[in-house]
Design a protein around this ligand. Structure first.
Ligand code: NAD
Length: 342
């Protein structure tokens, strides 16, 4: 295990993308862990954030703009950059240009962080940086960090992330900013996107199973043949991983992902089990599917942080399903917040 570098609870922590899924959970956890000064930044108006937390400075700003980044980073000791124009496969396969524009956010924020004397800078990267030719089989060999090179990441979104990672590395080498680069693997949980076009498979499947019961169709549309494989990481594990990484001295990119591999058919089966139903499966073979198989190799995180995500899909999906069910049946469903576009 590597050295521990505890964050100062009295210094300013800036979280960008704080109106989104991971950012909303992170800000809440920062407050619960005693961080006194938290600035939360997002382009969405605060009433459209997935979560709002007491005692937090909420700022609305478009971080594609350099001045906005300078204001956002002013006075910060730590910056956690989770702002990005992204979504699930249905979004990133059809919005490659929009995804790539997010290089502006990380670029301007790194410059602003350097100028503000920020001590620690975390960039939320993704498993989409991994080379496509290592993910062509459902029977996957889990991805190790070095598998990102030679580079051939997910078109659009993956290139933006790989470029962002390298910018972090060079800002550390040239300017001494201490960077942290988690590669998140398919994060899911309550208070995330579950409808509107940006949702990812676990939330989409929960929503479809709930709707199939509510509208009596008792059928579910599955993208692809359902045999593609993935691992999915529960949000609590992702947040724990962010804290452990931030408070370590690990500056190289590192997987934060579950290694519980499932097919999409198995994922549907788990959600059906939670709901207590069995639905007719209709496969949409021309829908966006992404790579054929992907899993997280956790050798490095075990070695460096002495920890890895451990929440099972059965546990995590039960909580996610319950939350989405409540949204869809209690009148909390907020079409406008889910459909927000820049
Ligand atoms: P999210 O879409 O819920 O949150 C991203 C937030 O960034 C949104 O609230 C959005 O409004 C904000 N944003 C977008 N453009 C902005 C701009 N120009 N200025 C200010 N704010 C802006 O996504 P998330 O799931 O919370 O993901 C957070 C980060 O983690 C992203 O960088 C994402 O690429 C990365 N990531 C997420 C996953 C996942 O499964 N959720 C997987 C891999 C990587």
């Amino acid at each position: 295990m590597t050295g521990r570098m505890e964050l100062d609870r009295n210094k300013l922590v800036v979280v960008t993308g704080a109106g989104g899924f991971i950012g909303g959970h992170l800000v809440g956890e920062l407050r619960r862990r005693g961080f006194e000064r938290v600035r939360a930044v997002d382009v969405k108006p605060a009433d459209r954030w997935y979560q709002n937390h007491a005692g937090v400075e909420e700022v609305r700003a478009d971080l594609r703009d350099a001045d906005a980044c300078r204001d956002a980073a002013a006075g910060a000791s730590t910056v956690v950059n989770l702002a990005c124009d992204m979504g699930g496969m249905g979004f990133i396969e059809t919005h490659k240009a929009d995804c790539m524009v997010s290089v502006l956010i990380n670029t301007h924020l790194l410059v602003a962080a350097r100028d503000a004397g920020v001590e620690r800078y975390l960039f939320g990267s993704s498993a989409c940086v991994y080379a496509a030719d290592k993910q062509t089989d459902t029977d996957v060999t889990a991805l190790r960090e070095e598998d990102a090179y030679p580079a051939m990441p997910e078109d659009g979104y993956g290139w933006e992330k790989l470029f962002g990672e390298r910018m972090c590395r060079h800002f550390m080498e040239d300017y001494g900013i201490s960077v942290r680069v988690p590669r998140f693997h398919n994060v899911y949980g309550p208070h995330g996107t579950y409808d509107g076009g940006r949702e990812k498979a676990p939330a989409a499947i929960c929503r479809k199973v709930i709707r199939a019961q509510l509208d009596g169709t008792n059928a579910i549309e599955i993208w692809g043949d359902g045999k593609q494989t993935r691992s999915f990481t529960y949000i609590d594990d992702t947040i724990e991983g962010i804290f452990r990484l931030l408070e370590s001295d690990v500056t190289e990119p590192i997987n934060i992902g579950s290694s519980q591999l499932v097919t999409i058919n198995e994922l549907v089966g788990i959600v059906e089990g939670i709901a207590g139903v069995k639905l007719e499966r209709r496969y949409k073979l021309d829908a966006p599917q992404g790579v054929r198989g992907r899993n997280s190799d956790n050798t490095l995180i075990r070695e460096k942080l002495g920890w890895e995500p451990s929440t099972t899909l059965e546990e995590g999906l039960a909580a996610t399903y319950a939350w989405i069910h409540e949204q869809l049946t209690s009148g909390a469903h907020d079409e406008a917040a889910l459909a927000f576009r820049l």
